[in-house]
Design a binder for this molecule. Structure first.
Ligand SMILES: NC(=O)c1ccc[n+]([C@@H]2O[C@H](COP(=O)([O-])OP(=O)(O)OC[C@H]3O[C@@H](n4cnc5c(N)ncnc54)[C@H](OP(=O)(O)O)[C@@H]3O)[C@@H](O)[C@H]2O)c1
Length: 253
């Protein structure tokens, strides 16, 4: 039996850590011929790729034209056809309203919104048509925003919106577009936001008590939803946002 991504070329942004790393490894395990992973820190990309010949580090910043061009050049170097594009790179910033500044707002919006818009535009001519697939890693904050995260939640609401716009716009080319909206996932995102490891674990322990299924997710529990939505086995699924949050949405709406 052939593996679902045999002969396929996949690109995962933010593949050096967290959910992006877990997704890149899952695509490689499922037979992808090449899994291009982007991010700014080459050493983290190299860690993901270690021992996995199909995984190819491509240092690139998603917020820049140069980053999009580096990603396109890497696809062209592998035959010029991209089968799956995963927009996973993203940042969270803790932003109580009184502390919000323009630099923080721009950083979040440029990474989470402008980055995927730029990269999709640049890679669209290379995306398999028909049969290509785009998966965006959004957040439940995009449809269920909480306090102290207004810019992040707004950025993910935009992600929800462009997921559906692209699905409508690209359907006549046979390209599907879907999103995964995680709740809390144990990744470095919280440390990147200034928490120590111990503080992050304390936050997860507190949050777990509010999650109906009783715990935060591991990155490896989000990755299967990314590969599933990307798989050609689900050729009629497009414009969908799949929430993977242990039931937190039910508890808070
Ligand atoms: N963890 C959660 O609880 C949670 C919940 C809901 C949604 N999410 C979403 O899940 C996605 C992945 O986050 P994560 O939790 O796995 O956190 P993470 O481990 O911090 O991963 C984020 C990745 O994005 C990359 N990145 C950030 N800015 C970038 C830029 N300008 N250019 C290229 N790459 C960039 C980072 O690499 P470099 O720093 O090396 O560039 C990093 O590898 C994000 O979109 C996040 O919003 C996470």
């Amino acid at each position: 039996m052939s593996l679902p991504f045999a002969d396929r070329t996949v690109l995962v942004t933010g593949g050096g850590t967290g959910i992006g790393r877990a997704a890149a490894l899952a695509f490689a395990r499922q037979g992808a011929a090449a899994v291009l992973i982007t991010g700014r820190r080459k050493e983290r990309l190299d860690e993901t790729a270690a021992g996995h010949p199909a995984i190819v580090p491509v240092p690139a910043d998603v917020t820049t034209q140069e980053g999009s061009e580096a990603a396109a050049a890497a696809v062209r170097a592998r035959g010029g056809r991209l089968d799956v594009l995963v927009h996973n790179a993203g940042i969270f910033r803790f932003t109580p309203l009184g502390d919000l500044d323009a630099g923080t707002a721009r950083e979040v919006l440029e990474t989470n919104v402008v980055g995927p818009l730029l990269l999709t535009g640049r890679l669209l001519p290379l995306l398999r048509s028909p049969g290509g697939s785009i998966v965006v890693v959004s957040s439940r904050g995009g449809h269920n925003p909480g306090p102290n995260s207004s810019v992040y939640s707004a950025s993910k609401a935009a992600v929800h919106s462009f997921t559906r716009s692209w699905a409508a716009e690209l359907s006549d080319r046979g390209i599907r577009v879907n999103a995964v909206a995680p709740g809390f996932v144990r990744t470095e995102a919280y440390e990147a936001n200034g928490l120590s490891r111990e503080e992050a674990e304390g936050l997860f322990a507190g949050v777990a008590g509010t999650v109906p299924l009783g715990r935060v997710a591991e990155p490896e529990e989000i990755a299967p939803w990314i590969t599933m939505l990307a798989s050609a086995e689900h050729a009629l699924v497009t414009g969908q946002i799949v929430t993977v949050d242990g039931g937190l949405d039910i508890a808070t709406t």
